[in-house]
Design a protein around this ligand. Structure first.
Ligand SMILES: C[S@@+](CC[C@H](N)C(=O)[O-])C[C@H]1O[C@@H](n2cnc3c(N)ncnc32)[C@H](O)[C@@H]1O
Length: 233
């Protein structure tokens, strides 16, 4: 794991800087602090500013009210996506259902950081309904349990966990009826480190219409792709 000069884990440094430098309730200020650290000398394996453009664009276009994220890490993409979901919901006049992002990760330590970061961003409410909820566990075990709470499935899914889990995850989502016509499945790191079996699946299945966005790996100039696959059947 990347460390700063004092050898602290990067997630600790980022949380400290977000607490010191971001404006509470201002999600963009949280994202800006995290991006600056990523480009300076604290690289972190978050979505990053370059690919976030395409993820924000997909949220603006498809306006999901429910979104499942696989791979929370320290809450960068949850902050980007959650704030974009709130913005599009407000533009449509608000009302029920309020937007909800359910974010899953197997790592308890980094999820605790994510929760603090999303709270500073104004996306977690200690009293009312939160825009972002976090769940710790293995996505392959949790996905099959979600139908009861989400009988209509999710309007969108953002897949950003370890790359060998992309294909089994989308297959579980299909099998358990968690995608509906019009849902979108967004995939990160499709070129680098790459999820070729997932890409083949969403490209070859008549169920999806897939767009590949060319971009760069977080906080580097190396090539990467983000896919947006709309469920059409
Ligand atoms: C690239 S990071 C996620 C980055 C995050 N989406 C962002 O952009 O801010 C990948 C995450 O997947 C998580 N992960 C790995 N295996 C998992 C599993 N089986 N279930 C859920 N999460 C998993 C890791 O713990 C790690 O935090």
């Amino acid at each position: 794991m990347a460390t700063d000069t004092t050898k602290r884990p990067v997630h600790e440094v980022i949380l400290e800087k977000v607490k010191l430098q971001a404006t509470p309730g201002d999600a963009q200020s949280v994202v800006d602090v995290m991006d600056k650290l990523g480009w300076d000398n604290h690289w972190h394996m978050s979505l990053g500013d370059a690919k976030a453009v395409f993820v924000r664009q997909a949220i603006r276009e498809h306006k999901p009210r429910t979104l499942l994220e696989l791979g929370t890490y320290i809450g960068y993409s949850a902050t980007v996506i959650g704030s974009e979901m709130v913005a599009t919901w407000k533009e449509l006049g608000g009302g029920d259902p309020k937007p909800l992002l359910l974010s899953l990760d197997i790592n308890e330590t980094t999820t605790a950081v994510a929760k603090q970061i999303a709270t500073i961003a104004g996306l977690v409410s200690p009293t009312g309904q939160s825009t972002v909820e976090f769940l710790v566990g293995d996505c392959l075990k949790i996905i099959p349990t979600l139908k009861e709470r989400f009988p209509n499935g999710f309007d969108a899914v953002f897949i950003d966990c370890w790359k060998q889990l992309y294909l089994p995850s989308i297959k579980l989502l299909e099998e358990h009826g968690l995608l509906h016509s019009g849902s979108v499945v967004i995939g990160d790191n499709i070129l680098n480190p790459g999820a070729p079996d997932f890409l083949a699946h969403v490209r070859n299945s008549p169920r999806y219409e897939t767009t590949v966005h060319e971009s760069t790996v977080e906080y580097t100039n190396d090539k990467d792709w983000v896919t947006v696959s709309k469920v059409v059947a």
